[in-house]
Each structure stands twice: as C-alpha cells, then as structure tokens.
Design a binder for this molecule. Sequence first.
Ligand code: ATP
Length: 516
Amino acid sequence: MSRAAPSTEELLRVDGLAKSFGGTQAVRGASFSIARGEIHALCGHNGAGKSTVVKMLSGQETPDSGAIRVAGRVLDLRSRRVAQANGIALVDQELSVVPSLTVAENLMLGDVRTGWLTRRRAARARFRTLLDSVGLGHVDLDRPLSGLSIGERQLIEIARALGQDARLVILDEPTATLSDVESEYVYAAVRGVAATGCAILFVSHRLGEVLDLCDNVTVMRDGDVVATTPVADLTIDSLIVQMLGELPHRPDKRTGDDVGASAETLVVSGLSVPGRVDDFGIVLRAGQVCAVAGQLGSGASDVLRAIAGLVPSATTGTPAGITVDGVPVAPGRPRAAIRAGIAFVSNDRKSEGLFLDRPTSWNLLATRLPHVTRLGVVNRRLWSATLDRLVELCGLEGARSQHAVRSLSGGNQQKVFVGRSLGRDDVRVLLLDDPTRGVDIGGRAAIHTLLRETAGRGVAVLFSSTDLEELLDLADVVVTMHKGVAVQRHEGTTAGAVLVREMTHGATVTLTKERP
Ligand SMILES: Nc1ncnc2c1ncn2[C@@H]1O[C@H](COP(=O)(O)OP(=O)(O)OP(=O)(O)O)[C@@H](O)[C@H]1O
C-alpha cells in the first residue's frame, strides 16, 4: 500500500549512543534519526545491539555515553515512566496485556490521562477511538482479552501505546509470533499511526515486511550502526549483506523422490486433542522434513505436543495410533515418547526449556548428561568434546559458552534451545514448534542447515510454522491446518498463495486420514 511521504521534520535524533555490560560492548556509538510520520526499521543479526538501543530509548537502560533528542530537546530517560512522559511508548516483544482483564481495563492500564473513575464515559469514548485507529473498532470494550487472538492482543498493545500520547512508538518484533494474515493487521495499524504524524521505530527480522512497510532502515552489526538507507535503495539481498557482510548459504531441499524409498519413521493416525485437533494423520519417512502449517490456534502446535505426549490426546478410528519405526507409542505419555526416540523443542524457551541463570554450556549439555557421565561422574573429555561440537553447531563464539544464557541476545538463546536437541543419535523423530522465532536471517539459515543435516542422518523432522517463507524454504512436505483439522498435504512445489488460503480459510474437502 502506498503512503504519503513522511515529514522531513526530525522527531528523534540519537547521537553516539553507547552501552556495555561488563566486558560486552553491546552498542558502540549508534547514531540515526527519525522524522515525524516516518516508519523506521532497525535491523541486524542476533546480538547486534537492537534491543539495547530500544532499552535505552525506552528508559530501561541508561546509556554510558551519547545523547537522545526528541523534538530537538536532549532527554535524560532514567526510567520507562520518564520515557512515557516524554511521548516514547514501547510495544515489547513479550506482550504486557493481561488476558483476564477486559479490553477497556487493559487500555486503562496504560492511559496517562486516567481519570477513569470520574470520567468513565469520556475514557470509554477515547478507548473506542484508540481501537478504531488500530482497526479494532468492532471489538467490544467489555470483552475479556482472553477471547481475542494473539494478533488482536498485539493490536490492543499498540492501541495502548497510542493511549500514552506517544510521539514515538517503538515496536520490538511485533509480528514475530503472528501469521502473515494477522501481521497485515499490524501493518495497517502501523501505517495508520504513522499517518497521524507519530514516528515509528520498527525492529524486525522479517526483511520482506521491512521493505514493504518502512521508509528507511538502520542496520546494526556487532554494536555499530552500519548504515541508514531508504528502502527504495535496498533489496532483500543488499539488506542481508549490510547485516551479515555476506549472503548466508541456503541448504538444498531434498526432493520427494530421494526419500520415496526410505522407511516410514513416524506414522500417526486418528490423533485427536479434545477441543483442539480432530482426527489428524501423517506418515513421515526417514530423512523427510515436514511442516504442519497453520495460524495460531489452528492446532498445528497441539499436534506436535500430542505426538510428544505432552497434552491429553487420544487416537481413535482405524487404524489409529502413533508408531515410531513400527513400534506403537502410548499417547499422552511423555516418557514413552522419549523412549521411542521422539524429541520435542517447544516454542517457549523461557518457561519450557532454558535455565536462564545457568551457563550456556550447562544448558547445552543438560539433555546429554547420561552421554557425558560414566558411573555417575562427568567425563571431562567427553563433556568438552560434546560442548565444542554443540557450540559449533549453534554458531556461537566458544567463549560465550561460559556466560549465563540470560546474557545472550534473544536469537542466540533460541539457537542454544534448538541446537541442544540436534546431533543426538538417540532421536528418530524431531518435533519443533516454531523453531526460528526471533532468530535473524543468518541464524535461521544455520538452523535450517542443521535441521536438513539432521534429516540427512535419517531422522524424521516435523516442525510447525506460521511463516510462509520458512515453509517454502525448508519443508519437503507441508500439511496445512485450519481450526483443528488437516486441510491438505503438499509435496514438491506449492504456490505460497495456496498455503495461505488453506491456513486462513481451510477447504471444503478436508484431509482426515493420510493412509490410503
Ligand atoms: N543484560 C545484559 N548482560 C550482559 N550482556 C548483555 C545484556 N544485554 C545484552 N547483552 C549483550 O549485548 C549484545 C547485544 O544484545 P541485544 O539484545 O541488544 O542484541 P539484539 O540485536 O537485540 O539481538 P536479538 O535480535 O537476538 O534480539 C549481545 O552480545 C548480548 O549478549
């Protein structure tokens, strides 16, 4: 969609901003500026320093040096509250809306004009205007937020930021967890907000959306600003080169013929998760990489969790069941799944996997303890050989392996989380729920290569994703899902538009069982 050119009047200017944490120079002298009404992207590899810049702009970290000017005035942003009072609003990666409260109550939480109790009617009228501005005019203010989709919650969060009378709205990876369709609502809201003269700083790893949505792009690499460039002068490839210095290697896809003769490793049929998945079936051969593709709430994630035995599920119909290499696996029993060679990587690294205060090395080896201990004692040589291999697999600098995981950037944490499930010889089926969420383009290519190599060793890989580019890049087979039901199985080349249509609208004829 074309937009009017943003104003040339500068709203934000950042000069020589620097910040270090202990020995790590996270940001070294970053400078850039954003005009009123401009949508300005901040891109860079994992650990480039984007979040640290965002934290300094939103009052969560104090710069070691440099200046932040808003409308020409140098600001000392000592806290998030001070930043808000100066018209800087942050929509964080992790949503801060409260599902158990109503839409109005959530909007009230961030409303600097308050006076809710005394001027309830005026506040409600204002909340309606805010909802309108993000395309949620149809949503009832008294509806609990829990009834809204994640995409709609993201929009409420943006509306709330606007309620803070923001002059600059910072959006930190706002579409990382959204499907393409839900992301479109966010783009429309962002364009609408920019049209009111508000400046937007848009942090994203999705380079396609950056080029479609933004006016200018500032790229950071290793704490430095590499360049600020108008999007009109960029292509995806030139943007990647600015970010990484080179184009990453793309793994080759295997064709269906390559795996046609290999053994059936995972066979699922008649799998149901009450209220979420109905009669799902799939056959996956050794060496195949398969995606279950669907929007949030489609059941794609539930399918993986059910195969891993992590949610109550049942297998009904004939034939029914889950088998790995022909051996039946009892549903709903995680231990049985692990014994059968099923490994699962969740999409929630913070609450379901990583020990944030423990060293990276410890996290990487936590799942390998039986393999690096002899008679209950850690074998140092095995420990360090396994660690070296995993650190290399994850594409991390060796020295970082002794640092707490919490100190790694979000994307690097994700690499540790995925990487530690790789390279294991006891795994037959690897399940990954949205494995590259928040990972930069280089890390994503690295994870794709790792998954492809894992499949090359005869493992069946099954992942869920909402990201069209990833589905087309990585999967040999895509099974689309809509409202808990498998819609269609695609092998070979499929048009992206077909996948999107099935994920959003389903199909009239549904695919219930895959076996002939
Ligand atoms: N609180 C902290 N303590 C120690 N090191 C930190 C801390 N916060 C960030 N760092 C380090 O600073 C560097 C920049 O991190 P930052 O989170 O700003 O990167 P990023 O570009 O936002 O990455 P991502 O895309 O993965 O979110 C990284 O090396 C990171 O490990």
